[in-house]
Unconditional design. Structure first.
Length: 302
């Protein structure tokens, strides 16, 4: 068991003049990630579908961090149209983009489909972030240099280790349980992150792609979990000891975003701000390639 004091502290790198986008950042580890980036001097866009919560987050961060460099832009990752609209609005501002944090997630939700007809775990956790990343990739490349890489940071989960990818069944019609669909979506995120780094390295891009497990964090992500699980997570004596707080959960994300040690380093899987191995399946390049091709087909991308 790790205590709160044993989790690595996040080094802050000067980020003045740099721009970041964080999805699902109206609460939880996403919100704490935005706070950390703002403290480092970055301009941060909260990309989220919950307008009321996001606007409260902007107000709180503005007051707490004493910054005006945070704002909200609507983004619904369960809608390909919304993703394209968000990217169009962001690019129209002619801002650079140095950091993209694909943080938003759905967990253990009952079977529902996005407006594009995809099961919600795979739609939000994977397909939505894949499309968002592809549409913003040119701006990330343009904003980078040989000494200052742009960074793509994907938030996955340790449960990817028990996930199984069904290339012809990404919607989980054959996976009867919410936890198996969640695990599949998180494995897809790790496969995507590793494959993306392979492509970036091949083409000599000054952009890195890394993926991480934030830890078991007592947050709203568990709203679909069984009642007993939510009760345990809500027990005050366990927060910060057995289960991480949102601030502790954001530490690894901020490490991936801000640490000088991660400058130019890509294709890694991080836990507690340390580089470790992801599942053996996640390094299967044939599986990475097959998933990538199928995803391009689903999203109708070249």
């Amino acid at each position: 068991m790790q205590t709160m004091a044993s989790w690595p502290k996040t080094p802050l790198q000067e980020m003045s003049g740099r721009v970041a986008i964080v999805t699902g950042a109206s609460s939880g580890i996403g919100l704490e990630t935005v706070k950390g980036l703002c403290k480092a001097g970055a301009t941060v866009v909260i990309a989220c579908k919950n307008q009321a919560a996001s606007e409260r987050a902007v107000k709180d961060i503005t007051n707490d961090v004493n910054t005006s460099k945070v704002e909200y832009m609507f983004l619904n990752l369960a809608s390909f149209q919304s993703i394209r609209s968000f990217v169009k609005r962001f690019l129209a501002r002619n801002w650079p983009l140095h950091i993209l944090v694909n943080n938003a997630g759905v967990m253990l939700a009952p079977y529902t489909e996005s407006e594009d007809g995809h099961e919600m775990h795979i739609a939000v956790n994977y397909l939505g972030h894949f499309l968002l990343t592809q549409l913003l990739l040119d701006r990330l490349k343009e904003s980078a240099s040989a000494t200052t890489f742009s960074r793509i940071v994907n938030v996955s989960s340790c449960v990817h280790d028990v996930g199984a990818i069904q290339i012809d069944d990404l919607n989980g019609q054959l996976s009867l349980t919410p936890d198996s669909r969640y695990a599949q979506s998180k494995l897809a995120v790790v496969l995507f992150s590793h494959k993306l780094q392979r492509l970036l390295s091949t083409h000599g891009c000054y952009v890195t792609s890394n993926v991480l497990h934030p830890g078991i964090v007592a947050s709203d992500l568990y709203r679909h979990a069984p009642l007993w699980c939510r009760a345990v997570l809500g027990f005050p004596g366990l927060k910060g000891v057995t289960f991480k707080t949102s601030e502790q959960g954001a530490a690894t994300t901020l490490y991936a975003c801000l640490s000088p040690e991660m400058e130019g380093v890509g294709g890694k899987y991080l836990v507690n701000s340390n580089i470790v191995s992801s599942s053996s399946a996640s390094y299967n390049t044939q599986l990475q390639d097959s998933l990538w091709t199928e995803t391009l087909n689903l999203l109708k991308l070249d």
